[in-house]
Design a protein around this ligand. Structure first.
Ligand SMILES: [Zn+2]
Length: 236
């Protein structure tokens, strides 16, 4: 793993979505040396939808209570003035977890919860049309409503995964927002891609806004890193 201050995992740390895999993921997180680790669930991480409490118990407790590992589900955390917001939902994709009807009001409501002043948005699902094309059918599997919300908010960075073939970076595609599809496996689930490294100085960022977000789970932690922290994104 590359060095960095913050590790972001954009979901799908499980393959089948059982507790044993969650425990293995937690054991792996424990070995990593970052000031903060942020992760969200993906559609493969089924136990996080069906029994979140039990699932989180398998992530090393001392690092959660010590403020190092943060699970985000429709909530945010502010680290050194940078607001990270995470959400696991996506338009229905086979019979996995965190499925909501494509184009439906339930999914729209989830995206509405993203605070307007989000700096780093982490979703499992890509926005429609951006790094979201599959190899199999050559179709865009991203969410149009998420695209609309992102273009409204214009976060500094949007990290996602889910679409394996879309791995890559797209800087300033929309004015002010960088996009990273951090999927490290290909469509056949072999690890083919490196974790994405991203470095950004958020100080004096002209995109910072002061108005509070509509909803979310407020949580604040003093980061241990220096000012102008680097940032690393990874997801499957
Ligand atoms: Zn996925």
């Amino acid at each position: 793993m590359p060095k960095g201050d913050v590790l972001v995992h954009a979901g799908d740390f499980c393959s089948h979505g059982n507790y044993e895999e969650v425990k293995r993921f937690g054991d792996w997180l424990r070995t990593l040396d970052y000031h903060h680790i942020l992760f969200i669930a993906g559609n493969h991480d089924k136990t996080f939808e069906f029994d979140l409490e039990k699932s989180l118990k398998l992530i090393p407790e001392e690092t959660i209570t010590g403020g190092k590992i943060h699970y985000l589900q429709d909530g945010y955390i502010v680290l050194q003035g940078v607001k990270f917001y995470g959400s696991p939902w996506q338009p229905r994709f086979y019979n996995w977890a965190f499925n909501l009807t494509r184009g439906g009001s339930a999914l729209r409501k989830k995206w509405k919860r993203i605070p307007n002043d989000t700096d780093v948005l982490i979703t499992h699902c890509p926005p429609h049309g951006i790094l979201d094309k599959t190899d199999f059918k050559n179709e865009n599997i991203g969410c149009k409503m998420l695209f609309d919300r992102v273009t409204d908010i214009k976060p500094r960075l949007h990290v996602f995964g889910h679409c394996h073939a879309g791995y890559g970076m797209n800087y300033h595609l929309l004015a002010g927002t960088d996009f990273i599809n951090a999927a490290i496996v290909n469509d056949w689930h072999y690890i083919t891609n490196l974790p994405v490294e991203y470095e950004e100085d958020f100080d004096g960022n002209e995109l910072r806004r002061n108005e509070p977000g509509p909803e979310g789970t407020p949580e604040s932690t003093e980061g241990a890193g220096k000012k102008g922290d680097g940032f690393i994104g990874e997801g499957i």
